[in-house]
Ligand binder design. Structure first.
Ligand code: FO1
Length: 316
């Protein structure tokens, strides 16, 4: 249905994964590369946890819990219950079947595979046809500076429930990171790819990807479409609105557009935010106003189709 297009989608967890699902529904595997944020990753219970990678694999595999968005549907929690009874840390909920993913990823990594290779094996094993790659095979860790000190991402997001007021976000070890090989190759391939920044948290989920040295500049040279994760002054999911307020930023789609200035050539906003369209256009971006709330498979596909149609105008 499409010319030989090559789409590079950047995604964090739940919100971004919904659009990634829509893009995967419309594009052949040869036309799409999904780049996962790995700043949320951490070692927990001796296991390598990669939440955004796993949310993308589970979502594209049709396995994700529809209410949580993360973890597996129909999950059981026997191990977490037993661990809690032993006095172990049960604040980060790892379902019984989800644990197998972390156990197998650990075994693959210990066998010498890179995170990219381990991710490809897990995706294939779970029936995912489209390529999901980490932003880098080197560990980059998102640190959240708050009024109550600095937290590793999952400590802030899950254990502290995003309560401490955010004062800044940093990415430990970003300078040492290099784009994952498949990402590097995709960027070097032809025709040149177009980039979709999925509706993930710009500060917490997209910025870690852009912090990989050279990547922001490389992407800025390509056609880039970003989808706002803020609709009507609130985040569909997660702490984006709360942290924007804590950072002293107006909580609006316009503010997200400002955050992507110099990178995004086009910005997709919800009908609720249509009034901000002209101000965003004044930033030098093309603006598409459409329904951006993805509540089911049809709406994920529809938003993906809108984004791809917008990209086709770039081709012109
Ligand atoms: N999010 C929560 O709010 N609580 C949890 O207990 C939790 C466990 C969890 C386990 C595996 C996994 O892949 C994701 C998990 N998440 C949990 C979501 C995760 O913290 C976020 O999805 C990302 O890190 C941010 O998008």
């Amino acid at each position: 249905m499409s010319s030989a297009r090559r789409v590079l989608a950047i995604s964090g967890g739940v919100g971004g994964a919904k659009l990634a699902f829509g893009l995967a529904a419309l594009l052949d595997p040869a036309e799409l590369l999904i780049v996962a944020n790995t700043g949320d990753d951490f070692e927990h219970l001796g296991l390598p946890i990669c939440p955004d990678i796993d949310t993308l694999i589970y979502t594209l595999g049709g396995l994700a819990d529809p209410l949580r968005g993360w973890g597996l549907a129909g999950e059981t929690w026997q191990c977490m219950g037993a661990l809690g009874a032993l006095g172990g840390p049960d604040w980060f909920r790892l379902g019984d079947r989800d644990l197998a993913t972390h156990l197998q990823r650990g075994a693959l990594l210990r066998s010498g595979l890179s995170l990219s290779e381990a991710t490809a094996r897990l995706g294939a094993a779970l029936g995912v046809r489209h390529a999901i790659v980490p932003m880098s095979d080197a560990p980059v860790r998102t640190l959240v500076d708050t009024d109550r000190g600095t937290f590793a991402f999952q400590e802030y997001f899950v254990r502290e429930r995003c309560e401490p007021p955010v004062r800044g976000v940093r990415f430990d070890n970003a300078a040492a990171a290099r784009p994952a090989p498949a990402l590097r190759d995709w960027l070097a391939g032809s025709p040149q790819p177009v980039v979709v920044i999925c509706p993930s948290n710009p500060w917490l989920s997209v910025d870690p990807v852009l912090a990989v040295p050279g990547l922001r500049e490389r992407l800025a040279a390509l056609p880039v479409v970003a989808v706002s994760p803020i609709v009507g002054g609130r985040a569909i999911k997660g702490p984006a609105a709360k942290m924007m307020a804590e950072l002293g930023l107006p909580v609006s789609a316009l503010e997200v557009a400002r955050h992507y200035r110099g990178l995004a050539d086009a910005f997709v906003i919800d009908r609720e935010d249509e009034a901000q369209g002209d101000t965003i256009r004044a930033l030098g971006m093309r603006v598409l106003v459409t329904d951006t709330v993805m509540s089911d498979a049809a709406s994920k596909r529809r938003l993906a189709a809108d984004v791809l149609a917008l990209m086709d105008t770039f081709g012109a």
